[in-house]
Ligand binder design. Sequence first.
Ligand SMILES: [Zn+2]
Length: 162
Amino acid sequence: MSELDELYPEVLAAHVRHPRRYGLHPHPTITVHERSSTCGDEVTLQLLLDGDRIVGAAWTGEGCMISRASASILADQLPGLSTADVALRIASFRTSIRSRGSIPVDEELLGDAAALGGASRVVARATCALLPWIAAESALRATASAVIHGDPLDAGGRESGG
Ligand SMILES: [Zn+2]
């Protein structure tokens, strides 16, 4: 396997050709924009939340194959997760991607993101792979602060279920 094949496995090419959840949503709960200073990649990520559960995700972006594939992979697995689940996945992915290849991406937890593991051996590529995940982290942080500082719509509280 050449280094190029390792960096750009077929699963990434498939996400670039047919990006999942691409295109902005008209009524997102939150929109965040992140730009990589190293490669100039840009990603806009939108989340739709119902309480602490993500019920929708959308993105657009400009940049290299790694960052676009990573955004597609991430956006595709967000709906249905709780914000805590997402935080866990971001932490796991970041640890692997920053490990210079010593900690493989947890495929059971992160699915197609395991294909981005090859990027961890090249610092510049690792930054590209991480960009959408950093956007997701910013979105979670912004949402959490909105909950703390904002004016809750359902001030009476809402029980789970029903
Ligand atoms: Zn890039």
